[in-house]
Design a protein around this ligand. Sequence first.
Ligand SMILES: Nc1nc2c(ncn2[C@@H]2O[C@H](COP(=O)(O)OP(=O)(O)OP(=O)(O)O)[C@@H](O)[C@H]2O)c(=O)[nH]1
Ligand code: SF4
Ligand SMILES: [Mg+2]
Length: 409
Amino acid sequence: MSNLNQTPTANRLHIAILGKRNTGKSSLINAITAQKTAIVSEHAGTTTDPVYKAMEILPIGPVVIIDTAGIDDSGDLGGLRIGKSYEVINKTDIALIVITASGMNSYDEEIIKRLKENGTEFLIVINKIDEAAPEVELIRRLTDEGYKYALTSALKSEGISQLKDLIIKNSPKTFEQPSIVGDLIKPGDTVILVIPIDTGMPKGRLILPQVQTMRDILDSDALAYIVKERELRWALANLKQKPKMVITDSQAFMKVSADTPSDILLTSFSILFARYKGDLLKLVKGAKALKNLKPGDRVLVAEACTHHQQPDDIGRVKLPRWIRQHIEEKIEFDFYSGRDYPQNAADYKLIIHCAGCVLNRREMLNRIEAAEVKGVPIINYGVAIACIHGVLDRALMPFGEVYHEWMEN
Ligand SMILES: Nc1nc2c(ncn2[C@@H]2O[C@H](COP(=O)(O)OP(=O)(O)OP(=O)(O)O)[C@@H](O)[C@H]2O)c(=O)[nH]1
Ligand code: SF4
Ligand SMILES: [Mg+2]
């Protein structure tokens, strides 16, 4: 978990360094960060597992740099390492493929193929130019293919600032996260945040999505009131200025919806995060599949981290209970938690995903896409809870376009 003084890991540009062994990947990280972050040696195969390092790089800003094992290893262990290097692509915003003057071979081609399939931005870095300048033929080939490239010497720290400029210029649009709530409110607006503290909240603190929402409200020069669900009525009765919006924890949706007059917008942290992290429209479309579940259908409940399970856990206990009570009794549930996404998505009629607060946007979008490719609808907890309790229409009202799409279909 990230320190509260720092930019959350999931909000950092994720830069992965890929390539064959011994091309100078780890050295390049040290040159970019101007620190001895990664272990370097003349032996091929020095880096064995992906290494994640969160840091500020001027002038790029907060990033996570991912050093990977070289992709030309051999033997069983080598295959495993290569697999781990490829998995990194799922969370990569931009990749640097490090080669040397000798050019590209089939391993580099395979990396490029996978990055292209995944729609991940990449740059080619020709390193060790202090040893040998790249052949004209190699440069012509990169230009013909339309690849963007940089020439560096990690050893002598040459070409590093040009490489950083190229990274900034080519950082993908998906990294520009939509705001959490800032675009839905104006300076001076009042927003009430409803945070129940008796339903599995960690002791003595708030959780990241709540803190990030507060920060976004402050950045928007708006006012935030924080109440528990029991105090909401009292707050509404006592506020001189009618609030623009109420944002609630999904678990208190029913009570909060009943207590909030219909001329005040209402949504949940989880729905705000469905938009911030992923694609609200796609996550909402899956809600139809939830309503249409039939006896014997299988549903996957997926969580991106292995947090401490509560006795009345939202994913493992409450959601299945509500779905069985309100939609269809005979549903089979499977549960999955962790950073690697299960490969058997096609076995399910629906995937219900957590808010994914530990994932970066690229990773969440990849999970949505992976489900889409297999034709499996995917929704998140907040959308599911709102849908089960019949408040989804109202909870989507703040999001004009998504609301209209949802109501029309
Ligand atoms: N001459 C020269 N040598 C370099 C340069 N960059 C790295 N090296 C050397 O190349 C060797 C391998 O560097 P690493 O940074 O460990 O390479 P790597 O790609 O991380 O290697 P693996 O982790 O084994 O895949 C070391 O001896 C480095 O000192 C460079 O720009 N010029
Ligand atoms: S929202 Fe998902 S990633 Fe965040 S704490 Fe809950 S289970 Fe973990
Ligand atoms: Mg290395």
